[in-house]
Design a protein around this ligand. Sequence first.
Ligand code: SAH
Length: 502
Amino acid sequence: MKGKVYLVGAGPGDYKLLTLKGLECVQKADVIVYDRLANENYLKEAKPNCEFIYVGKASSNHTLPQEDINRVIADKAKEGKIVTRLKGGDPYVFGRGGEEGELLREEGIEFEVVPGITSAIGGLCYAGIPITHRDYASSFHVITGHLREDDKENPEINWNALANTNGTLVFLMGVANLQKISSNLIKEGKSKDTPVALISWATRYNQRVVISTLENVYETAIKEGVKPPTLIVVGEVVGLRDKLNFFENKPLFSKRVIVTRSRTQSSSLVEKISDLGGNPIEIPTIKIDKIENNIELENEINNIKDYTYLVLTSKNGVDIFFDKLDEMGLDSRALANLKVCAIGSATAKEIKNRGIKADIVPEKFVAEYLFEELKPMLKSTDKVLMPRAKNARDYLVDKIGEICEVKEIHTYETVVDSTRKDEVLELLDQDNADYITFASSSTVKNFVEIIGEENIDKLNNIKVISIGPITTQTIKELGLNLYKEAEVSTIDGMISTIIEDK
Ligand code: SAH
């Protein structure tokens, strides 16, 4: 087996600013080599046993020297592995991608380069600054701000040319040399009043933009404590920011929201938070352990004609049930004679994905509501099949059982996922979150189990958001302080609650 290396531009930071090809390289990698500018959430897309190698935290001594990075990449590829090297922005824009490629070439290792959205263009865009504009700039120049010690003998940068173009100037890696940059430009004739933008952590929830002029920018940067990674943008286009700043005006911009979820559940909440400009911090609290070789389920599917109702109470339950049908050579037609009930809209959507429109979907995602809707319809001759979690609440089964026959089959079990305890505690200790969301009682219980009851106080500075009444009850029982309960018991309901909280 021959190894291969993909040098992939991971974009400037916004999770969705990665190319389809880049994502594919992440998904097929055996090894992913990444640094601090690449969004770490991409690692979640990797194969389960993919190896992750972190090669650097800029401006600290944890950085692996370039030669060592090259070595690691080449060695892993020679072991026959697919290595994806994720680089912030575009690999060839001051990313030393060229050097990595040259070395691979020398060693006879096959490689491909996947371009990415460079911060030098995309970062400006998210700050509301178009890099060119017919009225203000008809060219742009991307320049390293990482200047050599003796600037006079450094032919790399022609200050005179830069000062005398009307194009937009974008300096990368320039914060430490800001004074040199601005004074050189002024000395060579650029107007002192030229607007300058300093864009830090562009395209991320923590993007920060400081506006100044060429004359004052150094002092402004000191006063505002501007740190890398920052883009320095010099030119009249900076003035367009007032009109074109769409990103920082998003409803959840800068909000950090802990999302407690089961890893296998759909991460629509996570996705919506980031689409709205916030930073979702996903904490999986439960894992789904599917019950394997489920003979009981197979038996009931074989007898499905005896049933009149099928009740599905979670997305996982839907997936496992329909996968089993498929495995048995059946499809949704096997359910043609049944009424299908979903406990909430997310479950209903998943059922729809499998080709069936649920007959009953209660307004609230709660067993009590589902029962209220079912009750008037059920007759004593009905027979209800409920494939669901082993540790689910008894309520529905008991209540339905008072009216007609009901068969509960355990198809999976939820178990607490404590693998990230230390990480979670660190997050809470560093006050790194504004909100924490709970979408079910079990996530509350499991979250508390993960952090330990002795650490509940660490949630005091975080606003606790509940999806609905049952979850709220658990939140209170376990001694957490509820901040708000969603008016509508859905993911969107929780999001609205956060958006409206000003
Ligand atoms: N290949 C990268 C650039 C690597 S050099 C690209 O195409 O974007 C590293 C420098 O890029 C940083 O010092 C900073 O100036 C800039 N940079 C990269 N990502 C950034 C971001 N999200 N926000 C601000 N600056 C960023």
